[in-house]
Design a binder for this molecule. Structure first.
Ligand SMILES: C[S@@+](CC[C@H](N)C(=O)[O-])C[C@H]1O[C@@H](n2cnc3c(N)ncnc32)[C@H](O)[C@@H]1O
Length: 262
């Protein structure tokens, strides 16, 4: 319940949006292997990233690269991957966007990665408005499904309300991400970079102690070379994360987006 209360009071600025999105496409809470009460809440086009600006930046910044590795830690139900993919698709053809795919997305929670792998998403009318705000046409990417996506410990009172329907994510989006069940710390340790990595580690480090955050940033700084990116989220920022990033050669170039400078 504590985590849920954090979401209720989280300080998101919706002033740019035609309507405030209601809560996430899931609200599962569980105790992780690290003994932490963990929430999987997310939603497409989560407002802590300027998706259009980020996508434009990625295209320009990596224009001379043949391959760009987008790695998503804490992938949850896939909303984050779909947001990034749709943002690229909205740019249309003409640019070599294939080099950004497939996104490799990881989550430690078997239940939520099973949901992501199903290609289904529970969506309510406010999510649809919010998605439509960020892309031109929701129906290009999501199709109403006759299947029902059930997620355990999903705050039943909120998420099983009749205004949520299950949608199938269309193949043009689904085919551009691979969901993996794995611990991000293991993946980070074995990571290799050729100055062409976008590491999204969003709304997860905020759950950990400052010591874990510091160690993770130092490891990310050793792994990521100049010109790669490290991206965080809204619930990470009330910790010392930004401070550690700045002390480890990362510079904030867009909201919550950090460029490795050396
Ligand atoms: C609040 S959600 C964030 C979802 C999404 N990144 C976003 O920003 O909207 C946190 C997710 O981190 C996952 N997670 C927690 N510890 C993890 C770890 N060690 N490795 C990978 N995923 C982890 C949880 O299972 C949960 O799905």
């Amino acid at each position: 319940m504590k985590i849920y209360a954090n979401y209720l009071t989280s300080n998101i600025n919706y002033s740019n949006y035609s309507s405030k999105p209601s809560f996430g496409t899931n609200g599962r809470v569980y105790r992780s292997q690290y003994g932490i009460e963990m929430g999987t809440m997310t939603y497409p086009f989560r407002s802590d990233i300027e998706w259009k600006k980020l996508t434009q930046y990625l295209i320009e910044h990596f224009k001379n690269k043949d391959k760009v590795n987008i790695v998503q830690f804490a992938a949850s139900d896939g909303s984050e991957a779909y947001s990034q993919i749709i943002s690229f698709l909205e740019r249309g053809k003409g640019e070599n966007l294939g080099k950004f795919f497939p996104i490799q997305a990881y989550d430690i929670d078997e239940e939520i990665i099973k949901a992501a792998k199903s290609g289904l998403l529970n969506i309510n009318p406010q999510n649809i408005e919010h998605i439509n705000y960020n892309c031109k046409d929701f129906s290009k990417y999501f199709m109403l499904s006759d299947k029902k996506l059930e997620i355990n410990n999903n705050f039943d009172d909120l998420f099983n309300k009749p205004n949520y329907s299950t949608y199938q994510v269309c193949d043009n989006v689904r085919g551009k991400v691979i969901f993996n069940h794995a611990d991000m710390f293991d993946i980070l340790v074995s990571m290799e970079d050729q100055s062409n990595t976008v590491l999204m580690c969003r709304n997860v480090l905020g759950y950990f102690s400052d010591k874990v955050i510091k160690n993770t940033v130092e490891m990310a700084s050793r792994k990521l070379k100049k010109d790669s990116l490290f991206i965080i989220g809204e619930i990470d920022t009330d910790k010392l994360l930004k401070y550690y990033l700045q002390n480890n050669n990362f510079k904030e170039i867009l909201k919550n987006v950090f460029l490795k400078t050396a």
